[in-house]
Design a protein around this ligand. Structure first.
Ligand code: G6P
Length: 472
């Protein structure tokens, strides 16, 4: 342990730090808090217990000393340009990501990528091991770091270790394709608690553990023979959002005025449909655009009446599958707009940009119908953001059955996005839904989202970890 590193009793390990390095107004690089909900959820815990956060700053070859931002001690991990290519773009986002999302895109298996993944996971584990105090707690996040729990346990058997998996865990038939399937399971089993989004993800993981490693599984508990004997609990802890900023922003007069301005800017169509996604092949953006295009072709909808706003924020832009997807979507949007736009109205307002939260809430308020048509999604927090923002009890959520959110948000219009005719009918049902039915559904959805917010999620997970510690 180096003397320069302060020790923390609670350490988060995630691929990304909770801040992004961005250009400030005077051109200098500054830190800006990441918009994600994870930091908001964990901030109160971190501050109460003197926490630290291990992660990557999002640029290659950036050597940074530990620093404090918003009261949280940040411990940066450096990745070389080659490691960004092989560990992050390669193994994490071109092997695990497509494989775990039911092979929507073909996963690439490369041994050099695996070697880089092992090496970088070890580096994250070593960084956390140096930072955490005796008997402390480490909470590891997501698919980029599946080997960290076991590396950490090897380095520091005194720790309580949690892992949360933010994306789906696939059925065994697909998981079994992974050449390193046993090593990944062993990596995860280093944790005392392995959390998943849906009960089905936990079931898939436990089935893989039983079938591949032949370990004893009772209910949600695995008996782990090595480094112990000990147990690992695997179960669902569905993640949510910090609802407060959404309800507060949605009530602000200036944000409501901005929503009216957005409608105006689109030519005051009778209905606005909205899609908000990272530009990712798991999100079903093409399916949504296809369904909308056919509704226009068949004159079931017209551009005078309805506009689709599609916000697609740039993501993983150096991975081939994402480059291809962008081309396909932009071609489809341009074709539909070319055929259908008038001087006054557009069919699809496509924005390949991210927006600040205020603007997003204005957009949620302007949107009569929110389209979440993911082909596979761990949770989908956009669906929950839309619901949290609609304190006026208006608006309709169309939600894919293949999202984690669909397990909870049963009063949405649930769709199978592969069924284009079914999707078209669902869009029509949403466009035509009377205000009373909108309000009835939205009330029920809001009750669910407001009662199960991200604070409840972190509380539940940390309580499960505490149970393990006290049972020792
Ligand atoms: C998903 C993953 C996160 C990831 C995020 C953005 O939500 O579960 O772990 O951070 O996408 O992707 P990126 O590759 O930009 O970190």
């Amino acid at each position: 342990m180096t003397s320069s590193t302060p020790t923390a009793s609670f350490v988060i390990v995630a691929n990304r730090l909770p801040v992004d390095r961005v250009q400030g107004p005077d051109g200098a690089e500054v830190w800006r808090r990441s918009p994600g909900g994870l930091v908001a959820a964990l901030e109160p815990v971190m501050q109460a217990v003197d926490g630290a956060w291990v992660g990557w700053a999002g640029q290659s070859d950036l050597e940074l000393k530990p620093f404090v931002e918003d009261g949280i001690l940040l411990l940066p991990v450096t990745l070389s340009a080659q490691e960004v290519e092989e560990y992050y773009e390669g193994f994490a986002n071109d092997t695990i990501w497509p494989l775990y999302h039911d092979v929507i895109a073909p996963p690439q298996f490369h041994r050099e990528w695996w070697d880089a993944y092992v090496r970088v996971n070890r580096r994250f584990a070593e960084r956390a091991a140096r930072a955490v105090s005796q008997g402390g707690t480490v909470w590891v996040h997501d698919y980029q770091l599946q080997l960290v729990p076991a590396f950490l346990r090897e380095l520091r058997p005194d720790l309580t270790i949690g892992y949360f998996h933010h994306i789906p865990f696939p059925a065994h038939g697909l998981y079994a394709q992974l050449p390193w399937r046993d090593q990944v399971l062993q990596g995860l089993l280093g944790a005392d608690v392995v959390g998943f989004q849906r009960a089905q993800d936990a079931t898939n993981f436990l089935a893989a553990v039983r079938r591949r490693l032949r370990l004893e599984v009772k209910g949600s508990t695995v008996s782990v023979p090595w480094g112990g004997p000990r147990t690992t609990v695997a179960r669902a802890f569905p993640i949510s959002i910090d609802t407060t900023p959404y309800t507060e922003l949605a009530a602000r007069p200036d944000v409501r005025a901005r929503a009216a301005e957005i409608r105006e800017g689109l030519g005051n169509p009778r209905k606005i449909l909205l899609g908000v996604d990272r530009l990712d092949y798991t999100k079903g953006i093409r399916h949504r655009i296809k369904a909308f295009g056919e509704l226009l072709d068949q004159a079931r909808l017209s551009v005078e009446d309805v506009t689709l706003v599609q916000v697609a924020s740039p993501s993983r832009e150096r991975v081939d599958a994402y480059v291809q997807l962008r081309d396909e979507i932009e071609l489809a949007v341009a074709r539909i707009n070319g055929d259908r736009d008038t001087m006054e109205h557009t069919a699809i307002r496509y924005l390949h940009q991210g927006f600040p939260r205020e603007e997003m809430v204005a957009l949620y308020l302007a949107a009569d119908v929110m389209l979440v048509t993911a082909l596979r999604d761990g949770m989908n927090l956009v669906a929950k953001e839309y619901v949290a923002a609609r304190g006026d009890h208006r608006g309709v959520l169309v939600l894919s059955e293949f999202t984690g959110a669909a397990d909870e948000l049963r009063q949405a219009i649930l769709v199978n996005p592969h069924d284009i005719d079914g999707l078209k009918d669902a869009i029509m049902q949403a466009v035509e839904m009377p205000p009373r039915e909108q309000a009835r559904r939205m009330r029920a959805l809001r009750k669910r989202v407001l009662e199960n917010d991200v604070n409840a999620w972190s509380r539940d997970f940390l309580a499960a970890l505490e149970n393990v510690r006290s049972a020792r």
